[in-house]
Design a protein around this ligand. Structure first.
Ligand code: GLN
Length: 523
């Protein structure tokens, strides 16, 4: 699937040696409207199926001289395209060309000052003295055969090297991290000036090629089904399918009884009326809530919801009657590029591959083929695409919502009553956040219902009711997060509204834990 995109757009191939920054290289290049694709360093070049405009060898945790160190397929040099080695990538180039790599006396981690020695070199165009980010323990102990020095730093005499005659470059620092102040410029110089990659990776162009690709893949008669949640990914994926094959795409929204307030109705309105998607909404809330009866363990809740979902979805899919002579052959999945990266990135000799367990069952049981129109895209690209496809702004910029929904925000047993309390509190909280103009500053916000009772007093009456915990976080990548510093007056207002308007709540608290040590969701 991804091969196709790489055939249409000039592509920079990023070979991943396992650095935690590898995906950032891809990310940066795409910001220049250049398509970049990451593959594990073990990729056989002969099996690529497309020719890259240039290749970047990433950093990595290994030492090139170690016995089990990963190495690049030497056919990469036969491609005759520019190559840039970053950190481990440069050490790999040095290893191949004379084995000039050893353990340095000093590890170098953090900022260093780059001194450009070859000012006419294209790689450093517009860059002279600048701060670069180092993260290495090994270093070159000599110039690799056929190379020259183009940059130095105090601790790295081989901070930048280039092959005398070929367009092969190595740098010791990491241009992909923002701490390298001119790093973007360097990657831009490499991709645009040196590789001469065309800067045509735009979402406008993507829509055009993707719609065509979907038509070619599905063919003139086959039909496709997919689950939608009301979130941005599944909505964008469904809209693309609808653009490509119209009503031969069937979207199913399963109301599992733990969606947000008015969610099913709102999604129906947005998808059917707003976007013309062929959608069926299935109310299976009783079935889900019955299955969740008495269950308090979070992992069990997730499993039950997953299994029930597969069951309901299969049953509903059977009811869809495709047009004469046609058959449902594909299942749509809104997989994004970070999931793909997670499953392909190089993890060393014992490489682990994550499967998309949420659809695995459906594919096998229903004998369907997977179709994933977003698998090349990062989240912000999906959002941009959503806006181009005419999906409304609020939906496009919605906070993420977990698959098991409010079931993991009702701590303890999930009952209709408990869900109603959590849902109403959440609704008030989000409404106030929007009113205060804070929604887009917060990455995710929600209310949880805690299964503890607390004493209160309302209208001179003693109350003994439950506790709502509010959570709001700031983060860019959801790997780490901090709690959002609301004004006290805002919290005061929300707490008062929740206690006054939601029966069953006696107290409201605000969660002031970062991630780590806490996670974003409570369960
Ligand atoms: N493991 C190698 C070193 O320590 C490369 C590090 C890197 O690529 N960041 O030098």
């Amino acid at each position: 699937m991804s091969k196709q995109v790489s055939n249409v757009f000039d592509t920079i191939l990023v070979l991943d040696f396992g650095s935690q920054y590898s995906h950032l290289i891809t990310r940066r290049l795409r910001e220049f409207n250049i398509y970049a694709e990451m593959l594990p360093c073990t990729q056989k070049i002969s099996e690529l199926g497309w020719k890259p405009a240039g290749v970047i060898l990433s950093g990595g945790p290994y030492s090139v001289y170690a016995e089990d160190a990963p190495h690049v397929d030497h056919d990469v040099f036969k491609l005759n395209v520019p190559i840039l080695g970053i950190c481990y990538g440069m050490q790999e180039l040095a290893w191949i060309n004379g084995k000039q790599v050893h353990r340095g006396e000093k590890r170098e981690y953090g900022p260093a000052t780059l001194q450009v020695e070859d000012k006419d070199n294209d790689l450093f165009k517009g860059i002279d003295h600048s701060t670069v980010w180092m993260s290495h323990g090994d270093k070159l102990n000599g110039l690799p055969t056929g190379f020259k020095i183009i940059a130095t730093s105090e601790n790295s005499p081989y901070c930048g090297i280039k092959h005398e005659t070929e367009q092969i470059y190595g740098i010791q620092f990491h241009p992909e991290v923002t701490h390298s102040t001119m790093g973007k410029q360097l990657l831009r110089n490499f991709a645009i000036d040196i590789c001469q990659a065309e800067t045509n990776w735009t979402m406008e162009n993507f829509i055009e090629t993707e719609v065509q690709r979907i038509r070619d893949l599905v063919g003139p008669t086959a039909e496709v089904i997919g689950a939608v949640s009301g979130g941005v990914d599944s909505t964008v994926a469904s809209k693309l399918m609808t653009e490509a094959i119209g009503d031969r795409f069937h979207a199913i929204l399963v109301d599992n009884g733990v969606l947000r307030q008015d969610e099913a109705a709102n999604a129906k309105k947005a998808l059917v009326d707003g976007l013309g998607i062929n959608l069926s909404v299935i109310d299976a809330s009783d079935e889900f809530l019955d299955n969740l009866k008495g269950v308090t363990d979070p992992e069990k809740k997730r499993k039950i919801i997953g299994h029930t979902f597969i069951h309901v979805f299969e049953r509903e899919a059977e009811k869809i009657k495709p047009k004469d002579g046609s058959k449902i052959e594909f299942l749509l999945q809104g997989t994004l590029y970070p999931d793909v990266i997670e499953s392909i990135s190089f993890k060393g000799p014992s490489q682990t591959i994550k499967t998309h367990h949420n659809v695995g069952g459906l594919l096998d049981d229903m004998k369907l083929k997977l179709i994933e129109p977003l698998r090349e895209l990062f989240k912000d690209e999906v959002r941009h695409l959503g806006e181009l496809l005419g999906i409304n702004h609020d939906l496009v910029w919605r906070h993420p919502f977990p698959g098991p929904g409010i079931a993991i925000r009702v701590l303890g047993e999930v009952t209709r009553e408990q869900v109603a309390i959590a849902r109403k509190a959440d609704f008030i909280y989000i409404e106030e956040i929007r009113k205060a103009g804070l929604y887009n500053q917060i990455a995710q916000a929600f209310a949880c219902l805690l299964p503890v009772k607390s004493v209160g007093v309302m209208g001179d009456q003693r109350t003994y009711d439950q506790v709502i915990a509010l959570r709001a976080i700031e983060t860019t990548d959801f790997m780490t997060a901090d709690w959002f510093p609301f004004e006290h007056s805002f919290l005061k207002k929300v707490a008062a509204r929740i206690v006054n308007e939601v029966d069953g709540v006696a107290r409201v608290t605000y969660d002031i834990t970062s991630k780590p040590p806490a996670t974003v969701e409570w369960e």
